[in-house]
Design a protein around this ligand. Structure first.
Ligand code: AKG
Ligand code: FE2
Length: 291
């Protein structure tokens, strides 16, 4: 199951993504959900991410605060929210657990449940069967896709944010913690779109400068009809090539679509761009997958 067959490998190479249904058990998914429930119950939300200030000066301060909150989240467990969930005083307009867009970017390093799934024998076997020699985990996210308003993820290539030289060294591992359907915002891919490089890159601005990151190049308009929906069941794992174009729609249904996703980089012979927003730190060098 965790070891890819030659035809699965070929399909991944051809399409730039691959669905592996039943990769995790329902119990493993429930364990992740329960742990997330505990983490959210203990959540401490910094004021600068809760308050919508009124004057322009205060707005700038707030924007800088949340930029720093994001830019320094690579080695921490932090919370990112949907738009419009706070009033002007910073009170939640919806229950806190329904307001989170995602938790990032180091659950894989700091939380025992997510660490053991990330480094599980199944995941290691999968990485070996893809030929990865020295994979490291660069980031992880728990994505909520809340019912009724969970935001869309616009068409992108992961390598735009996680840039390497050469390209082709980043791999997304996306695990459906709940069923992902057409209604609740499943992933969509343009099959074969991983073979023509990266259209834009997000680079980190000099420290302290606003807005903190900027794009080199731009995302071209994509023909909507090229996207193929990828509904999957709870426990499915979707492999995402670093350059394949993908997206997900807003969740207007009444069911959430939670997912745990992490990104691997083949570290052997690869340069991680020093301009990426995400950088290994002294506290958290990118951990080796095979440990
Ligand atoms: O879960 C989603 O909707 C998008 C996830 C994604 O883009 C990724 O894991 O690379
Ligand atoms: Fe992505």
């Amino acid at each position: 199951m965790a070891c890819l067959s030659p035809s699965q490998l070929q399909k991944f190479q051809q399409d730039g993504f691959l669905v592996l249904e039943g990769f995790l058990s329902a119990e493993e998914c429930v364990a992740m959900q329960q742990r997330i429930g505990e983490i959210v119950a203990e959540m401490d939300v910094p004021l600068h991410c809760r308050t919508e200030f009124s004057t322009q000066e205060e707005e700038q301060l707030r924007a800088q605060g949340s930029t720093d909150y994001f830019l320094s989240s690579g080695d921490k467990i932090r919370f990112f929210f949907e738009k419009g969930v706070f009033d002007e005083k910073g009170n939640f307009l919806v229950p806190p657990e329904k307001s989170i867009n995602k938790i990032g970017h180091a659950l894989h390093a700091h939380d025992p449940v997510f660490k053991s799934i990330t480094h599980s024998f199944k995941v290691q076997t999968l990485a070996r069967s893809l030929g990865l020699q020295m994979p490291v985990v660069v980031q992880s996210m728990y994505i909520f896709k809340q019912p009724h308003f969970g935001g869309e993820v616009s068409p992108h290539q992961d390598a735009s944010f996680l840039y390497t030289e050469p390209l082709g060294r980043v791999l997304g591992v996306w695990i459906a913690v709940e069923d992902a359907t057409l209604e609740n915002g499943c992933l969509w891919f343009i099959p074969g779109s991983h073979t023509s490089g990266v259209s834009r890159r997000m680079v980190r601005a000099p420290v302290g400068s606003a807005p903190g990151t900027s794009f080199l190049g731009s995302e071209p308009a994509r023909d909507n009809s090229l996207f193929v929906p990828t509904p999957v069941q709870r426990g499915a794992l979707v492999l995402i090539h670093g350059e394949v174009v993908h997206k997900s729609k807003q969740n207007l249904s009444d069911r959430s679509r939670q997912a745990y996703t992490f990104h691997l980089m083949e570290a052997s012979g690869t340069t991680w761009s020093p301009e990426n927003w995400l950088q290994p730190t002294a506290e958290l060098p990118f951990p080796q997958l095979y440990t």
